[in-house]
Design a protein. Structure first.
Lengths: 208, 1008
C-alpha cells in the first residue's frame, strides 16, 4: 500500500508520543523496551458469517482461504499471512496482509455463492496494535479483566474483552508473548495513549 | 528532648529496626530522629511522645493505642502541600527521611486546644446530641452543619492536584491468602507446594505477622528453629516460586461476590517521593478460585474509667513497640488485663528492660505459667483487682486500683494509687472477621470467650489461625497448612501430605469477661468509660441510647456513632454489643452485629481512580477527518464519547455568528459536514428485505436496488426507538444507517430479534459504522462541486435521483454516494473507506473554494434540519412518542406487521389528543424559546398551571431571520393556528402554533 492518501487511524504515532501531549508522555531516552508497541496499519479485515454446522460452508471457506476456520470458541487459525479469529458461533474475523483483503473477499464470495453467508470488508473499521515484550502481560493486566496467564491463555487464543475502556478483540500471536489488539478505529488513539502511559514504568520501544 | 529517649538497649531489644540508619522527621513542628524500620508511631514512642491528637467530640488529649490498622486515635496529617494526606494512622505510616506530620482536630495546638471546652461541657453533649440539638428550625441546618464540620473535622484534604500516579490492575489466582502471619505463611506454603498460583498479601511492610511482634511469636520455635528463621525461609521459598505473588504493604479491603476481592497496595507511601512512573498506590482487582483468610486477631481494650489518657494502650501493642521496634512505651508500665496474653506482654517488656509497675488482673484466681513467670520476676500481681480511675493531664501518671466484688459489679476495700507512665491493657482478642463477614459469612458467638467466630459461608473460602479462634502458635500453623492444602486441592491441584510446621501448644487459662469495669462512682459520673475512642462513645452513652429506645444494634450504632469513623470500631464494637446485651438483658449472640462493609481500612480516591484521570478519564472517539477540524479551529461538542465539530468560528465570531454564517452557506452555496459518526450496519441474506419489513414501520420488500428509504423503528410499545435511511445495494444486501448514539443499541436490537424471535430468517448483520468516513455536502452548488472533483457517476437529476445511491470514484477515491438530505437542500453523503476520509475531505475543500464551501458543525446541522421540521430521535422524542404523534402517519404501514404495530392500536396510543409534534413561532421573532420550556394554554399568576407539553428544539434561524421551535403539545395538531404561552421565571412568551415545517414545505430545494 504505497497510496499516500490512505491513512491508518494511528498514522504518525510512536510509543514516545501521545496525541494530547498530556503529562505522562515519555521523555526522550526512555525506551529500554520492557514493552514493544506498533500499529499494524491497514491490515485487511473481513467479517465472515455463515453456518459452522454446514460442512459445505466449511469446505468452501477452506477452499478459499486454504485453512480450516476455527470452530472452538475464542480460538484462531490461519496460514501464512491470513488469520481467522472466532468471534461467535457463526462469525469470524479474517485478517489478511494489507491490500490482500479484496482478493480474499472475492474468493470467499465466489466459493460461497449460492449459500447463505456474508462477507463484509471492515478493514478500516479497526486497526491492530501489536504489543509484545517481557512486560506485555503486565501492561494488559492493568486494563483487561481476562486472565492471560500462560496456564489459561496462550498462542492461538482469542478474547473479546476490554482494555481500559476500549473494546478489543485480543489475539495472542506467539509465546514471547505477542498480542494483537484489534480496536475500533475511533478508539485507537485513546487506547494507544493509554497503553503508552501504562507501559511507561516498564520502558517502551517502537516495534514493527 | 534527648535523642530517642525511650529507645531500648539493642542487646535486650534488637527489634526489626536498623539502628545504623537514622531518619529525621518532624512532628507538630518539632524535629525528631528515628530509625529505618520504624513507623511514625514507634518513632514517636521512642522519643517519648504519646500525645498525638485530640478526640473527635470532646477534644480530649489522646495517645497511641494500637500498633497497626486498628489504631483509633493516632490519626495524623501526613506530608505537606500537594502530597498532604489526612487521617493517616501513625501506626501504619512508615518512617522516611524528611517525613513531616502534624496532629489533627486541634487548634491552636495539640497541647492547648480550645475545643477541649467540649469536655468540660460534656454533660450537655450526650449521645444523640446532634440529633437533639440541630433539628430546629429546619432551615438552620445548613448553618449548623458548617459549624459542626469545622469543629469536628478530622484533617484537611489537599488543595492542589495530586502529583503522583496511581495504578489499577486485574489479577487472577488459584489461592489468595490474606495475612502473612504464621497461619497465612503456612497456608501459602502448602498451596504453592501443590503447584497453585498463589497471591499472599499483608497490610504490613514486613511479612511475618505476630512472629515479628507478638510475645507468642518472637522467641518461639517452629520446626526446631527460631520462628523468625522459619518465616524468613518460608518467604524465601515463596519468593523464588514464579507462580507466587507476594504483596506486602497491601490491604485486602473488600471481599465481593464470587471471590472477587479488592486490594490496595501502598507501593511508594513509605518513601518521600515515588520514582518516575512508579505508582504511589496500586489497586488490585483480584479473582481467586479459593481464598484463605488468615487475618489474625485484634486485641480489645478494657472499658474502665478514664481509659483514654495518652500512655494507655493495648498490651500487645506495648509489647510490639518493645520487641519489633526497640521502643519503650514507658519506664514504669502498669498492666491491666482479664486474660493471660498481657502477662506475656509484661514478661517480654520486662525482659527487654522496661520497668513493670505491676499487673492488675480482673480474675481473682489468676494462676498458671504466665502468672508464675511474672511473680518469679518479682512483678506484683493484683488478682481480682480493677483499675477504677487514671490520672494525668496530658499523659497518664498514675492509676487507682480497688478490689472487685465477687460478681464484678462493684469495687470494694481500700484504694491503691499506683504510679506509672503507661498502662498496657488487654480485654482479650477479637478474631478479625471483617473480610469473612463482608463475604457474607455468618458469625457465631462464643459465649465462653466473648467473641464472634466464623460460622458458615457460601463462598469458596476457608479461615485459619487466630481469625478462626486458634490462639496457640502450633494451632495457627496447623490450621494454615491444612487450609492452604485444601484450597489448592479444591482448585484442582494435588497437595502432598506433609506434616504442618510444628510449634509448642500452650493453653491459656480462661479470661474473665467484664464489658464494663466498675469504679467507685456510678457509671458516667466523675469520669468516662470509653468504648469507642475515635467517636468518643462511652459506656454511659450506650445505656442512655437504650433508655431512649435505641435497642437495635443498627440503631445504636447510628444514634451513638459507635463503630463509625475511619477505624469502623475495630477496637470497641464487641464491647458496645456486650454492653448493649447487658443493658437489655440479652445474649450478645442474640443482639447480633452491625454489618461489616468494605473498605476494611480507608482507601484513597486516587487509588480508586488510577490512571483514569485527565486525558485518559474517558475515551475520546475521533473520525478520520478530526485532524482537519482541529487545524480549522473547530469548537468540539461531546456526542457520547465522540468529539464532533460543534461550529467553526472565524476570528471574532461567537457561536451564533458562526452558526448563522454556516446555515446560510448551506442554503445559498454549499456546506460540508463530517457525518462519519452515523451508525452503519451491513445487512445481508435472502430474507434481509423481510427482516427490515418487520423492523421498520414502513414497507421494504419493493424497494429497488440502488434506492434508499427513510424509516422509523419502534419498540414493542409502539414508541419511536431509532431512525435512519437504509439503502438496497443488491437483492439481499442493505446498508442501514442509524443515529450516532443508537449505533450499538440498534445492532444489538437487530441481533436479538434475528437470533431469538425470527431464527428462520436468513440474515446476517455486520457493523460498518467505522468502515466508512462520510462527508455530507449540501446546498445549491453541491452537484457542481461533485462534478468538479469527478465521480464517474452520471449526476443528472434524472439519472441520479433523490433517495438513490451510486458507486463511483469521488476525487479518485472509491465511494458510495447517497443522494439523501438532512437539510432539505440538494445534498450528497459521500462514503469512502475511512483511510481515505481525510483525502476526500481535503479534495472537496480544495475544489469547493470557488463555491465558497463552508464546513458546518452539529449546531448548524440542528438548525438546518429544524427549519425543515426533521426530528432528532432522542431530542424531539423521549420514548413516549409514536410516529403518528410526530405527524408521520405516512411512514406507518397498514398492510404489514412490524414491531410495535399492535401497540399503536391500544386505546391510549390511538387516541387523537396525545402530545403531538408542532412548530412554534414566538410573537417576537428575536426571542428564542428555551428548550424544555413548558407550554400552557391558560396563564396564571403562578404555578400550578395545566401543562400541555414542552419545547423540544429551539433555534434562531438566520435563513428565516427569526426564531423557530419544535414542541410536543397535547392535541397539538388541532391547535395549529392557536396562541399558547411559555411561562418562564421572569416573563411569559406568547407563541403561535404552526405546522412543523418552516422552510420549503413542498420539498423543492432538495433537487437543486
Amino acid at each position: 500500500m504505497a497510496d499516500p492518501s490512505a491513512l491508518s487511524p494511528l498514522a504518525g504515532r510512536s510509543p514516545s508520543s501521545r496525541a494530547d501531549g498530556a503529562a505522562g508522555a515519555l521523555p526522550p531516552g526512555v525506551g529500554q523496551g520492557g514493552v514493544v508497541m506498533a500499529e499494524r496499519a491497514l491490515v485487511g479485515k473481513l467479517v465472515l458469517r455463515g453456518d459452522a454446522d454446514d460442512a459445505g460452508f466449511r469446505d468452501a471457506v477452506r477452499g478459499a482461504l486454504g485453512f480450516d476456520l476455527p470452530l472452538a470458541a475464542n480460538t484462531a487459525s490461519g496460514a501464512e499471512s491470513t488469520t481467522a479469529l472466532w468471534l461467535g458461533p457463526n462469525e469470524w474475523l479474517v485478517a489478511t496482509a494489507p491490500g490482500a483483503e479484496t482478493a480474499a473477499a472475492v474468493s470467499l464470495k465466489v466459493a460461497l455463492s449460492g449459500r447463505h453467508a456474508s462477507v463484509t470488508d471492515v478493514s478500516d473499521s479497526r486497526t491492530v496494535i501489536r504489543l509484545s515484550g517481557a512486560n506485555a502481560r503486565d501492561v494488559l493486566a492493568k486494563g483487561c479483566p481476562i486472565d492471560l496467564h500462560p496456564r489459561v491463555f496462550g498462542p492461538g487464543r482469542v478474547a473479546q474483552s476490554l482494555v481500559a475502556r476500549a473494546g478489543v478483540i485480543l489475539h495472542q500471536v506467539d509465546e514471547s508473548p505477542t498480542f494483537d489488539l484489534y480496536v475500533v478505529a475511533s478508539f485507537a488513539g485513546y487506547l494507544w495513549d493509554w497503553l503508552v502511559d501504562a507501559a511507561a514504568e516498564f520502558g517502551v520501544a517502537a516495534g514493527r | 528532648m534527648s535523642e530517642q529517649s525511650h529507645r531500648l538497649d539493642a542487646a535486650a531489644a534488637p527489634g526489626r529496626i536498623d539502628r545504623g540508619h537514622p531518619l529525621r522527621f518532624v512532628f507538630n513542628g518539632r524535629g525528631y530522629e528515628g530509625f529505618a524500620g520504624d513507623t511514625l508511631a514507634s518513632a514517636l514512642i521512642a522519643n517519648g511522645v504519646h500525645l498525638v491528637g485530640r478526640s473527635f467530640k470532646y477534644h480530649r488529649p489522646r495517645g497511641i493505642v494500637g500498633s497497626g490498622s486498628e489504631e483509633p486515635n493516632a490519626l495524623v496529617q501526613l506530608r505537606t502541600g500537594e502530597r498532604t494526606e489526612p487521617n493517616v494512622r501513625a501506626t501504619q505510616a512508615e518512617l522516611f527521611d524528611g517525613l513531616i506530620a502534624s496532629s489533627q482536630n486541634c487548634w491552636p495546638s495539640v497541647g492547648f486546644d480550645l475545643g477541649a471546652i467540649n469536655d468540660m461541657a460534656s454533660r450537655i453533649l450526650p449521645a444523640g446530641f446532634y440529633y437533639k440539638t440541630f433539628m430546629w428550625p429546619p432551615s438552620a441546618w445548613m448553618f449548623y452543619e458548617g459549624l459542626i464540620r469545622r469543629a469536628a473535622g478530622l484533617g484537611r484534604a489537599p488543595d492542589d492536584p495530586d502529583p503522583d500516579r496511581y495504578e489499577k490492575r486485574f489479577a487472577h489466582c488459584d489461592v489468595l491468602v490474606v495475612g502473612a502471619g504464621p497461619a497465612g505463611l503456612a497456608a501459602a506454603l502448602a498451596a504453592a507446594r501443590a503447584g497453585a498460583r498463589v497471591v499472599l498479601c499483608d497490610e504490613q511492610a514486613e511479612m511475618g505477622g505476630q512472629l515479628l511482634a507478638h510475645p507468642r511469636g518472637v522467641g518461639a520455635v517452629i520446626d526446631g528453629r527460631p520462628a523468625l528463621d522459619w518465616a524468613s525461609a518460608a518467604l524465601g521459598e515463596l519468593a523464588s516460586n514464579k507462580d507466587v505473588t507476594l504483596l506486602p504493604r497491601t490491604t485486602c479491603f473488600g471481599y465481593y461476590d464470587h471471590n472477587a476481592l479488592a486490594l490496595a497496595e501502598r507501593v511508594a507511601d513509605h518513601v518521600a517521593k515515588p520514582r518516575q512512573f512508579q505508582p504511589r498506590q496500586r489497586l488490585w482487582k483480584l479473582r481467586a478460585r479459593r481464598v484463605v483468610l488468615a487475618t489474625g486477631a485484634i486485641e480489645r481494650p478494657l472499658v474502665f474509667r478514664d481509659n483514654d489518657r495518652p500512655g494507655i494502650m493495648l498490651a500487645g501493642s506495648a509489647a510490639a513497640y518493645g520487641m519489633r521496634y526497640g521502643a519503650a512505651v514507658g519506664r514504669r508500665v502498669l498492666v491491666f488485663t482479664n486474660n493471660d496474653s498481657a502477662y506475656r506482654a509484661a514478661l517480654a517488656l520486662f525482659d527487654a528492660g522496661v520497668g513493670i509497675a505491676g499487673i492488675v488482673d480482673l480474675r481473682p484466681a489468676a494462676s498458671g505459667k504466665p502468672v508464675e513467670d511474672a511473680r518469679a520476676r518479682g512483678i506484683e500481681v493484683l488478682a481480682g483487682w480493677a483499675l477504677t480511675a487514671t490520672d494525668g493531664p496530658s499523659k497518664v501518671r498514675a492509676a487507682l486500683a480497688m478490689q472487685l466484688d465477687e460478681a464484678g459489679a462493684g469495687v470494694q476495700g481500700p484504694i491503691r494509687r499506683i504510679e506509672c507512665d503507661a498502662i498496657a491493657m488487654s480485654g482479650g482478642w477479637n478474631p478479625a472477621v471483617h473480610l469473612y463477614s463482608q463475604a457474607r459469612g455468618k458469625l457465631r458467638y462464643d459465649g465462653a470467650q466473648g467473641i464472634f467466630l466464623p460460622g458458615r459461608t457460601e463462598q469458596a473460602l476457608a479461615v485459619a489461625g487466630s481469625c478462626n479462634g486458634a490462639w496457640s502458635l502450633g494451632a495457627c500453623l496447623a490450621e494454615g497448612a491444612a487450609a492452604g492444602a485444601a484450597a489448592a486441592e479444591a482448585a484442582g491441584f494435588t497437595a502432598a501430605s506433609a506434616p504442618a510446621p510444628a510449634a509448642a501448644e500452650e493453653n491459656d487459662s480462661p479470661a474473665r469477661l467484664l464489658w464494663v469495669v466498675p469504679s467507685d462512682r456510678p457509671l458516667g459520673e466523675g469520669g468516662k468509660h470509653f468504648v469507642d475512642f475515635q467517636n468518643d462513645v462511652t459506656a454511659a452513652d450506650i445505656g442512655l441510647a437504650v433508655r431512649e429506645g435505641y435497642k437495635s444494634v443498627e440503631h445504636l450504632k447510628r444514634y451513638t456513632t459507635s463503630g463509625m469513623g475511619t477505624d469502623q470500631g475495630k477496637l470497641g464494637n464487641v464491647h458496645a454489643l456486650g454492653i448493649l446485651a447487658e443493658v437489655t438483658a440479652a445474649e450478645p449472640g442474640a443482639v447480633g452485629t452491625t454489618t461489616f462493609r468494605p473498605p476494611y481500612t480507608p482507601v484513597g480516591f486516587g487509588t480508586l481512580a488510577g490512571r483514569d484521570v485527565g486525558a485518559l478519564a474517558d475515551p475520546v472517539r475521533t473520525t478520520a477527518m478530526h485532524g482537519w477540524h482541529v487545524a480549522a479551529g473547530a469548537v468540539f461538542e461531546d456526542v457520547g464519547q465522540w468529539k464532533r465539530p460543534h461550529y467553526y468560528p472565524r476570528p471574532g465570531e461567537s457561536l451564533h455568528d458562526a452558526v448563522n454564517r454556516e446555515v446560510k452557506a448551506a442554503r445559498t452555496g454549499v456546506g460540508i459536514l463530517d457525518a462519519s459518526t452515523l451508525g452503519k450496519i451491513d445487512i445481508q441474506g435472502p430474507d434481509a428485505a423481510e427482516f427490515l419489513n418487520r423492523i421498520y414501520t414502513n414497507a421494504w420488500t419493493k424497494l429497488e436496488i440502488g434506492r434508499a428509504r427513510y424509516g422509523f423503528m419502534c419498540r414493542e410499545d409502539g414508541m419511536v426507538f431509532d431512525d435512519g435511511v437504509t439503502t438496497r445495494l443488491a437483492a439481499g444486501h442493505f446498508h442501514m444507517t442509524t443515529t450516532t448514539g443508537g449505533a450499538a443499541r440498534v445492532l444489538s436490537w437487530l441481533e436479538e430479534w434475528a437470533q431469538t424471535e425470527w431464527p428462520e430468517l436468513r440474515v446476517y448483520m455486520t457493523s460498518v459504522t467505522e468502515q466508512w468516513a462520510v462527508a455530507a455536502i449540501a446546498g445549491p452548488h453541491a452537484r457542481a462541486l461533485l462534478a468538479k472533483v469527478g465521480t464517474g457517476i452520471d449526476l443528472d437529476a434524472k439519472a441520479f435521483p433523490f433517495m438513490a445511491m451510486r458507486e463511483g470514484n469521488v476525487a479518485g477515491i472509491p465511494a458510495r454516494v447517497f443522494r439523501i438530505s438532512f437539510t432539505g437542500e440538494l445534498s450528497y453523503e459521500i462514503n469512502v473507506p475511512a483511510r481515505y476520509g481525510m483525502a476526500l475531505w481535503q479534495a472537496l475543500m480544495a475544489a469547493g473554494a470557488e463555491f465558497g464551501i463552508t464546513p458546518y458543525g452539529t449546531e448548524a446541522m440542528h438548525v438546518l434540519r429544524a427549519e425543515k421540521g426533521f426530528v432528532i430521535v432522542g431530542q424531539d422524542t423521549d420514548g413516549t412518542v409514536t410516529p403518528i404523534d410526530l405527524g408521520m402517519d405516512w411512514i406507518v404501514s397498514k398492510a404489514k406487521d412490524f414491531i410495535g404495530k399492535r401497540s399503536l392500536s391500544r386505546a391510549d396510543t390511538a387516541r387523537g389528543d396525545r402530545k403531538q409534534l408542532v412548530g412554534l413561532l414566538t410573537d417576537d421573532p428575536r426571542v428564542v424559546l428555551p428548550e424544555g420550556g413548558q407550554i400552557v394554554a391558560e396563564l396564571k399568576p403562578e404555578p400550578p398551571m395545566a401543562m400541555l407539553g414542552h419545547v423540544t428544539s429551539s433555534y434562531f434561524s438566520a435563513n428565516l431571520d427569526r426564531s423557530i421551535a419544535l414542541a410536543l403539545v397535547r392535541n397539538g395538531r388541532q391547535r395549529i393556528g392557536a396562541a399558547l404561552h411559555v411561562p418562564l421565571a421572569d416573563r411569559n412568551i406568547r407563541v403561535k402554533v404552526v405546522e412543523p415545517k418552516f422552510i420549503d414545505p413542498e420539498g423543492r430545494r432538495q433537487d437543486g
